[in-house]
Design a protein around this ligand. Structure first.
Ligand code: ADP
Ligand code: MG
Length: 512
């Protein structure tokens, strides 16, 4: 014992005391720190509880803790959740592989993050952005999982809506692109984008179009007022709709039904225009003729009856008038009788026109070369043309243009068209007749440099008795259309006010 006591060296005792004091203070410090970190933890947990949906499960996924937010969103009571497996909330949306991956991750001690759709007690779904943190024991095995979630249902719905509307927009864009001729211009009308169909119909490439003013395609048919009105409409933010004739690169014309939609900026000023167009060239070519045909049918029948009734008395009247004229010595009376004869001639012409209408088909179609027929008509009208300072030119391709026709009736057609041309040029001008075989069709154009036909009058052209002339009868065109029709042909008109008119006749060529 004394030995032992002796062995207590004072230095050792001192060291022992120092260590003891050190131990005590450090333990106090550690406890303080622990308390502090405890309160930190408390704060963090409170914050989490406020902001997030928190749950703790055991390693098998059995729920051991849920916070209020979890209860709220899942619509279960707390007691209904505790002790249950977490997949009670499974919505069946994700494939098994999804959860296998999740469990593999957290099972190996790693944090898993992802978006999950869960099912609430009432069967409704909610989306949560989920973070699962595994807590590991000494053997590095998870002994619990803490999951922290935030509700992203609203986000998901918005995302789905956005996707849907994006898809819709894309579908509409695709449909438009396929069906229509599309162009974007800036506020000045400079083309900024066009689709494939725009290039096709205009015959320009995209490179040639972009950066150009849209008026590049102007065909000079429409008046300044027309475009002024268009720009006024779209400039004030309204949609403009109408039919426009445009000019393609090769100079040919095409008609488009056009809708122009202005896009407005925050100041209520248009910053770009979207033009959606559809090709109506075919319709434009045929509508005049179609429009006429209903009327022609009705008038034709009426004409047949009337013409027969009038013809005989007319012949009688003419005969007696000529007879009276023979021994009339009074000059004034002679003059009157001449006027009566002139008028009888006029009525006779009308009747003859009617007779043409009455017969549904041209009497006999024979093979003829159309070139001498046209030359013949031109030489017949040469005198009258010269009187009015009109020059008639005839241009044709090839030596002969063979056609199945009723020669006399066809002559009447050319006569009507050329005469109308002469009458449309009170101050003189040019008539150009062109004939050619194009695409196995005989195409004859009769072009004048006259007054033109106003757009709004085009629909009246060819109507019975539509005339703007003092001495006109308004039958010439109708009769001509009828004759062309009976030759299985078509007529279409192009006219520009104060520039001139072209009547295009298309007839089937005699197949070789
Ligand atoms: P008419 O010559 O007796 O008036 P038409 O049937 O031949 O009857 O012509 C009907 C109308 O069509 C004319 O009055 C004229 O207004 C218009 N028209 C026809 N051809 C032309 C043309 N080449 N240029 C301008 N207007 C024309
Ligand atoms: Mg006429």
């Amino acid at each position: 014992m004394t030995q032992i006591i002796e062995s207590f060296n004072p230095i050792l005792i001192f060291v022992g005391i120092v260590i003891l004091i050190g131990l005590i203070t450090s333990s106090i410090l550690i406890r303080k720190r622990l308390e502090a970190s405890d309160s930190h933890l408390h704060d963090v947990q409170a914050a989490l509880d406020e902001s997030s949906i928190v749950a703790i499960t055991d390693p098998k996924g059995i729920i051991t803790y849920v916070n209020d937010k979890f209860v709220e969103i899942s619509k279960y009571e707390e007691y209904e959740l505790l002790g249950k497996n977490h997949h009670i909330l499974n919505s069946g949306y994700h494939p098994p592989e999804f959860f296998r991956q999740l469990w593999k991750t957290i099972g190996s001690g790693e944090i898993w993050k992802g978006e999950i759709r869960n099912k609430a007690k009432d069967g409704s779904f909610y989306w949560v952005e989920t973070t699962i943190v595994p807590f590991l024991n000494k053997k590095n095995k998870p002994y619990q999982y803490v999951s922290i979630r935030t509700d992203i249902s609203a986000l998901k719905t918005a995302e789905a809506n956005l996707k849907n509307s994006l898809k819709e927009v894309n579908d509409i864009k695709f449909a438009l692109d396929q069906s229509s001729i599309i162009a974007f211009t800036d506020e000045k009308g400079i083309i900024t984008n066009v689709n494939e169909r725009f290039c096709e119909i205009s015959q320009y490439s995209r490179e040639e179009l972009i950066g150009q003013n849209h008026s590049l395609l102007n065909s000079n048919l429409h008046s300044k007022e027309f475009f002024k009105n268009l720009w006024k409409t779209i400039g004030s933010g309204e949609v403009w709709k109408g039919e426009i004739r445009n000019k393609a690169k090769d100079g040919s014309y095409y008609w488009v039904h056009t809708t122009i939609v202005p896009f407005m900026n925050a100041n209520g000023k248009p910053y770009q225009y979207l033009a959606i167009r559809n090709d109506i060239t075919e319709r434009k070519k045929t509508e005049e003729v179609l429009h006429r045909q209903d009327k022609l049918a009705a008038v034709g029948q009426l004409a047949a009856g009337v013409a027969h009734e009038i013809r005989n008395p007319l012949t009688t009247m003419k005969g007696y008038t000529e007879f009276l004229q023979l021994d009339e010595t009074n000059e004034e009376r002679q003059e009157f009788l001449s006027i009566i004869l002139d008028e009888i001639d006029r009525v006779n012409n009308i009747v003859e026109d009617f007779m043409v209408l009455a017969k549904p088909k041209a009497a006999e179609l024979e093979e003829r070369d159309i070139i001498p027929i046209i030359k013949n008509v031109i030489s017949f009208l040469e005198f009258e043309a010269r009187k009015r300072d009109v020059k008639i030119r005839f241009e044709y391709e090839g030596d002969i243009i063979q056609i199945e026709c009723d020669e006399n009736r066809l002559k009447q057609v050319f006569l009507n068209f050329i005469k109308n041309g002469i009458e449309a040029m009170p101050d003189g001008g040019y008539i150009t007749v062109r004939a050619a075989i194009i695409n196995n069709q005989v195409q004859i154009a009769i072009q004048d440099t006259g007054v033109g036909i106003p757009q709004e009058k085009l629909k009246n052209i060819g109507e019975p008795f539509f005339t703007t002339k003092k001495n006109g009868n308004g039958l010439g065109l109708m009769v001509s259309f009828k004759i062309i029709e009976s030759h299985n042909g078509k007529v279409f008109i192009e006219s520009e006010l104060n520039k001139g008119t072209t009547f295009n006749i298309v007839l089937p060529a005699r197949s070789a």
